[in-house]
Design a protein around this ligand. Structure first.
Ligand code: NI
Length: 163
């Protein structure tokens, strides 16, 4: 399993809802976990591995296991945002300052199809906002300032030609 990088059209596709969590999907999740861990990431969305379906995996805390979230939805719990450096496995080597809500509520289905609702703050809130962006075809480079865009323009262009 390989991670799609910037320039590949699937990263810009809006993910379709998942109808049912089949055995095949569960196998896929296991493979995604391996791929994400090898890449030392904390989150991986389905379209990053070429599948435009609405699910992602994430490790929300260091001591937490990697969990899968299907058909996720996000609700900001505050207007307050924070700008912090963020990277993306699909945009390797590029780090940019991305504003994110400080607190969000994530609702989704877990791997057994059960509803989950969690309130997150800080880094885990940031991670799920990043992954849900992926499922909407949105990348970190879409959320940065003009100055940041200029700073990374050359690297980004190089990345695109190598995709
Ligand atoms: Ni990413």
């Amino acid at each position: 399993m390989s991670i799609k990088t910037y320039g590949e059209p699937v990263l810009r596709q809006k993910a379709e809802p998942v109808a049912g969590i089949t055995g095949e999907v569960k196998k896929l999740i296991e493979e995604m976990k391996k791929t994400m861990c090898e890449a030392k990431g904390v989150g991986l969305a389905a379209n990053q591995i070429g599948i435009p379906k609405s699910f992602f995996i994430a490790q929300l805390a260091r001591e937490d296991e990697v969990r899968a979230f299907f058909n996720p939805n996000l609700l900001p719990l505050t207007d307050e945002t924070e700008k912090t450096e963020e990277g993306c496995l699909s945009i390797p080597g590029i780090w940019v300052e991305v504003p994110r809500y400080l607190k969000v509520r994530l609702t989704a289905r877990d791997i057994e199809g059960n509803p989950v609702a969690v309130d997150l703050e800080g880094l885990p809130a940031r991670i799920v906002q990043h992954e849900i962006d992926h499922l909407n075809g949105v990348l970190i480079i879409d959320r940065i300032s003009l100055a940041e865009r200029r700073r990374i323009a050359k690297e980004l262009a190089e990345l695109k030609t190598s995709a």
